[in-house]
Design a protein around this ligand. Structure first.
Ligand SMILES: N[C@@H](Cc1ccccc1)C(=O)O
Length: 477
């Protein structure tokens, strides 16, 4: 396998020619680092031969430079001696002890002088190849200079040596992939220019394992909630919302739930230590309906209705508190409204019970609707949600008559109850001034989701189980 860099280098350069790294970088348009790396990788694979060229360059030291301009110490002494012999003392006084020492040593080696009784005499005109070498080096750092002279100049510290290394390489052969240029990336340029014509395309190796990518996605439970919402919106319903905290009045009393009903007990409902003011005609009518039926024709529950109990705030135990309040504010038919939201009950947590869960509530207010419409509507909704078999069992709620509990059939589980439904009693509608019949239902949406997702534990809907969430497709249906 050749990397794209190796292929690029092989394609840019000719076989059999030597290239320096700089030259190769220039020709291929690659960075020098990339060229070096590619060249060495190719060398390992036998397509490239690397040559390391090593050479030395020289430079004059300060002392070398000084001698070049002023002359070598031995030159100075020789020109002095041409006028006759001199005593060492005399020379030292004129030129300094150090210079004389250097000069006499060198001249003696060349056999140019004779020293006798403290006197120096020139016996032969010497050559100064050292001086010629210094001139050459000064002109050209890598000039060709005799080895012996170089050694001498280095010893005298007149020149400095520097070693250089250069990497060059030759392509010895090109592999097939390079010769038959295959197109790896289809670019707009390639398509526009038509350069792809007659070329081969690099095959994709689909067997190479790729990194798993986890995309962001909507939680499956939220997805089901959105699905329910869509179904009701499509059927012409309006979505409504309300507060989590409600006066017991809207959660229970307006729904003709007797004040001593077990569901109103402390162990079933979360009560707040707060009360709201309640007054007005509607409150008065609800009170009378509970006590004696008011003008509804009902006998009511009897006993005394407590305003204080109705004033206490609760965490809503069902979303029916929201639909009933909405109808009280919108009592003229037709009304079609639904609410998907959180409700609270004091439950011991287990696989099918949570103290907070979600309900899908809905009402239809119209003059000419009845029980069959309610069952048809729910059946339609369940069908749209993918539940083929739907049935209704008789049920009981203080606010509906008749009342049913819708059930769907699930393979392996049998008939599963999904909430309650019915037609609001006149004890509910009349005190609130609602005109017409009200079809109402409240479904446990978490149960619905559990069935759809094939889960056995309601709690899992609310847990951040990454493994499970990642295993789900990003888009469904
Ligand atoms: N509120 C009921 C469901 C229901 C709603 C409307 C009519 C009848 C029943 C519950 O929470 O179980």
């Amino acid at each position: 396998m050749l990397s794209p860099f190796e292929i690029k280098l092989l394609r840019s350069l000719e076989e059999g020619k030597e290239y320096t790294i700089d030259a190769a970088a220039e020709i291929s348009g690659m960075k020098k680092d990339a060229v070096i790396k590619a060249a060495y990788l190719l060398a390992e694979k036998g397509y490239v031969k690397i040559h390391e060229r090593v050479w030395k360059e020289y430079e004059l030291t300060d002392e070398g430079l000084k001698y070049l301009t002023e002359g070598l110490p031995e030159e100075k002494i020789v020109s002095e001696l041409r006028d006759g012999k001199r005593s060492i003392k005399e020379l030292e006084e004129k030129f300094g002890k150090k210079l004389v020492g250097i000069a006499l040593g060198n001249l003696r080696k060349k056999g140019a002088i004779k020293i006798e009784d403290g006197y120096v005499e020139l016996v032969k005109e010497p050559d100064f190849p050292e001086k010629v070498a210094l001139e050459k080096i000064y002109a050209d750092r890598s000039a060709k200079v005799d080895e012996r002279l170089l050694k001498e100049l280095k010893k005298r510290k007149l020149i400095k040596e520097e070693e250089f290394k250069e990497i060059a390489f030759t392509i010895t052969s090109k592999p097939d992939v390079v010769l038959k240029e295959k197109i790896a990336d289809i670019t707009p340029e390639l398509l526009l220019s038509g350069d792809w014509k007659g070329k081969e395309f690099l095959e994709y190796d689909v067997t190479i394992p790729s990194k798993e990518i986890f995309t962001a996605k909507v939680h499956p439970y939220e997805r089901i909630i959105r699905e329910c919402r869509k179904i009701f919106l499509e059927m012409g319903f309006t979505e409504i919302k309300g507060h989590y905290v409600q006066p017991a009045f809207w959660n229970f009393d307006a729904l003709f739930q007797p004040q001593d009903h077990p569901a109103r007990e402390m162990q079933d409902t979360f009560y707040l230590d707060r009360y709201v003011d309640l007054e007005g005609e509607v409150v008065e009518r609800v009170k009378l309906t509970h006590e004696n039926g008011w003008r509804t024709g009902s006998k009511g529950w009897g006993g005394k209705w407590s305003l204080d109990k109705a004033r206490q705030l609760v965490l809503r135990t069902h979303t029916t508190a929201i639909t009933i309040h909405y109808l009280a504010l919108n009592p003229e038919p037709p009304v079609k409204a639904f609410c998907i939201d959180r409700v609270y009950r004091r439950e011991t947590i287990d696989a099918t019970h949570l103290p907070e869960f979600d309900q899908l509530e809905g009402v239809v207010l119209d003059r000419d609707v009845g029980f069959a419409d309610l069952l048809g509507l729910l059946r339609e909704f369940f069908h749209k949600m993918g539940f083929e078999d739907v049935r209704f069992r008789p049920g009981y709620f203080p606010y509906t008559e008749p009342s049913v509990e819708p059930e769907v059939y699930v393979e392996g589980l049998g008939w599963v109850e999904l909430g309650g439904a019915g037609i609001f009693r006149k004890e509910v509608t009349e005190p609130l001034g609602i005109k017409g019949k009200v079809l109402a239902w409240g479904l446990g949406i978490g149960r619905l989701a559990m069935l759809r997702l094939g889960m056995k534990d309601l709690r899992r809907l609310y847990l951040p189980e990454l493994g499970w969430l990642r295993s789900l497709p990003a888009i469904k249906r």
